[in-house]
Design a protein around this ligand. Structure first.
Ligand SMILES: Cc1cc2nc3c(=O)[nH]c(=O)nc-3n(C[C@H](O)[C@H](O)[C@H](O)COP(=O)(O)O)c2cc1C
Length: 391
């Protein structure tokens, strides 16, 4: 089983932070489907947390079911990062993660996110300062019982919240191509500074999200750390077979899935069942958790129930306006999984359902669209399979 410091995860699969998407409601539905070893908040501004701004507090929301949870901080000032980490410890974090991969200008122009890949001595200072702060505020055994989540082994003594980092391969693609990526020695330096695990998104900062994940770059990080800390592979994992390939090709200890979960929050359940079947469910020793038996594709009714639950959780954790905004922009992804294959390269069209959800002005109208779809309405006609439409 995957261990991050003294925190033993129940599976080696992690839900990625995706700013604007992986909120408490979404983390909850992924966990309810099963297979999630650790989920993480989207990136949080430590200044925002410390000032108590509403946006930061909303993003950092968690609860007892949402465990174990990583809280991800971004920034470049060691002192502020340390105080942000302390705030996260006091507000429910099981793990603190530092973002070293975000390529967005707003973050990198302030020297945060993947800009940290370009100044390793400074990055080491941030990490050392945060580790020192975490050591000063250990959680007692009772707090750990709540932070580790159901089914986790009980801790008998106090211990600090561990620190992980999420990195990319390096900033410039030319460096990567020349064999000069910083990620292998950065990962070693992070382990030296007290970081207990590193997630590697197998792209350069210049790649942003283009092209394919570079599995060999992740493999080099795995080789460089030589088993001192676990390495989590990340990028383009959308199916159980992708996760198996990520582990076999790179030798990584765990797999983080982001975009692949947005339409299919059951991907962790299916991937965990698959990894257990092929013997990749417990690479780092420990007591394996009983595998989830391989399950069939969720039924249409189960998928509709997931959309409904997600919508209602967003209303409960935030408000109706937020829930309507999110369901409007995400219904197409969910809807794709609801389309029936009519054969001959044709998919049932469910445009009327998507439009009914998108045009909904009230929660009652979203529920009505879901009810009507379940009753066989709001569908009709057909559209070509996406592959064929692209030709
Ligand atoms: C819209 C968007 C927002 C993201 N936000 C974050 C973030 O807040 N923190 C982070 O570490 N990575 C973030 N990422 C990167 C993802 O965590 C992940 O590394 C990347 O999407 C590759 O994994 P995937 O192919 O499984 O999605 C974001 C990615 C996208 C597409």
């Amino acid at each position: 089983m995957l261990r991050l410091g003294h925190v033993q995860l129940q599976t080696n699969l992690l839900l990625a932070p995706i700013a604007g998407y992986c909120d408490l409601a979404f983390r909850t539905i992924c966990r309810e489907w099963g297979g999630v070893g650790l989920a993480c908040t989207d990136l949080l501004s430590p200044q925002g947390l410390l000032r108590g701004t509403a946006t930061s507090l909303d993003l950092a929301k968690t609860n007892d079911f949402d465990k174990p949870v990583g809280m991800q901080l971004y920034g470049s000032d060691p002192e502020i990062m340390a105080q942000g980490a302390r705030w996260a410890v006091e507000h429910g974090a099981t793990i603190i993660d530092i973002n070293m991969g975000c390529p967005v200008d707003k973050v990198t122009k302030k020297d945060g996110g993947s800009k940290l890949l370009t100044d390793l001595p400074r990055t080491a200072r941030i990490v050392e300062r945060v580790v020192r702060e975490l050591e000063k505020c250990p959680l007692d055994a009772a707090a750990w019982a709540a932070r580790l989540g159901p089914g986790a082994p009980v801790r008998a003594s106090a211990a600090p919240v561990p620190l992980t980092c999420k990195i990319r391969l390096c900033w410039h693609t030319a460096d990567y191509d020349a064999g000069l990526a910083c990620s292998p020695h950065l990962a070693r330096a992070l382990a030296d500074a007290g970081v207990v695990g590193v997630t590697v998104h197998g792209r350069t900062t210049e790649d942003k999200f283009a092209g394919h994940v570079r599995l060999e770059g992740i493999a080099r990080v795995v080789e460089a750390v030589g088993g001192r800390i676990p390495v989590i592979g990340n990028g383009d994992v959308r199916t159980p077979l992708d996760a198996e390939r990520m582990i076999r090709v790179t030798g990584c200890d765990g797999v983080m899935i982001g975009r692949g979960a947005l339409a299919r929050p059951w991907v962790f359940r299916d991937t965990w069942a698959h990894l257990c079947e092929v013997g990749l469910g417990s690479r780092t020793g420990g007591t394996p958790v009983p595998p989830i038996p391989r399950a069939a594709e969720p039924t249409e009714a189960e998928k509709l129930a997931t959309i409904r639950r997600f919508f209602d959780l967003m209303r409960a954790y935030r408000d109706d306006r937020y829930a309507l905004f999110q369901i409007n922009r995400r219904v197409s992804w969910f809807a794709k999984t609801l389309q029936r294959d009519l054969g001959n390269g044709k998919l049932e069209s469910i445009k009327p359902f998507k439009e009914a959800v998108r045009n909904a002005k009230t929660p009652a109208e979203v529920h009505e669209a879901l009810d009507r779809f379940a009753a066989g309405e709001l569908r009709g006609g057909w559209e070509a399979h996406p592959e064929e439409a692209a030709v």
